[in-house]
Design a protein around this ligand. Structure first.
Ligand code: CA
Length: 225
């Protein structure tokens, strides 16, 4: 299993890497957010370990950014920030578990094993999602209908993935703004409508059963039956 360790302190980085390698993992390392993003765009990782205090950006922002670009691998946050607020924030913004520094190596390994196991248990769902004749492949980041590949932009894929994960349920504009675009406030914009319009033009082409329904004044729902 391949892991990415994002940690800027050389001593901690080499110590953790060494231990993970000894535990049988293949480990890539990054010293900052930019290096981490580049690696994630190049390799698929089974899990990430991310320090929050990085030289070029906050680890939380890095995780948010990776999630927004569609990365679904589990993330273990490693941080010197110990407050409950920090931990809750970390978990709310895309982290799957949180370990404060200093930490015991045995605990890091145990938590990591748990995260990876949990993810493998839902592995099928994590890498592929099927709703009626619509299929999403999260590894190749492609969507298809009845086997025919849909030519989606990365942003459209993330939007469709969100609708699919909530299939059969109402998704409001503010949910999409906050989860897909990372906007906390509701700006005076029709960004959601514009993207849904474009997405629908690719997913619900003529001759296919329309899947994306508009609930006027409320939001959208992706048909699941
Ligand atoms: Ca640091």
């Amino acid at each position: 299993m391949r892991l990415l360790l994002v940690e800027d302190e050389p001593e901690i980085q080499s110590f953790v890497k060494q231990s993970l390698v000894e535990a049988g993992y293949e480990v890539h390392t990054a010293d900052d957010g930019i290096a981490a993003s580049q690696l994630v765009s190049k390799y698929a990782y089974h899990g990430l370990i991310v320090d929050l205090g990085l030289p070029d950006q906050d680890g939380i922002d890095l995780i948010l950014q990776l999630r927004r670009s569609g990365m679904s691998s589990p993330v273990l946050i490693l941080s010197a920030r110990r407050s409950v607020d920090d931990r809750v924030k970390g978990l709310e913004q895309g982290g799957d578990d949180y370990l404060t520094k200093p930490f015991a190596l045995a605990e890091l390994l145990a938590r990591l094993r748990n995260l990876l196991r949990r993810n493998l248990a839902t592995g099928e769902e994590a890498t592929r999602l099927r709703i009626l004749d619509l299929e999403l492949d999260f590894i190749s980041r492609r969507a298809s209908r009845s086997g025919e590949i849909l030519n989606l932009s990365p942003q459209e894929f993330v939007l469709l993935a969100y609708l699919c994960r909530h299939a059969g349920r109402v998704v409001t504009r503010s949910m999409l703004l906050s989860e897909v675009w990372g906007m906390r406030i509701q700006p005076d914009t029709n960004i959601v409508d514009v993207h849904i319009y474009r997405l629908r033009g690719k997913v619900d082409t003529e001759g296919r059963e329309p899947l994306i329904k508009t609930l006027r004044g409320i939001g959208y729902v992706l048909k699941d039956r």
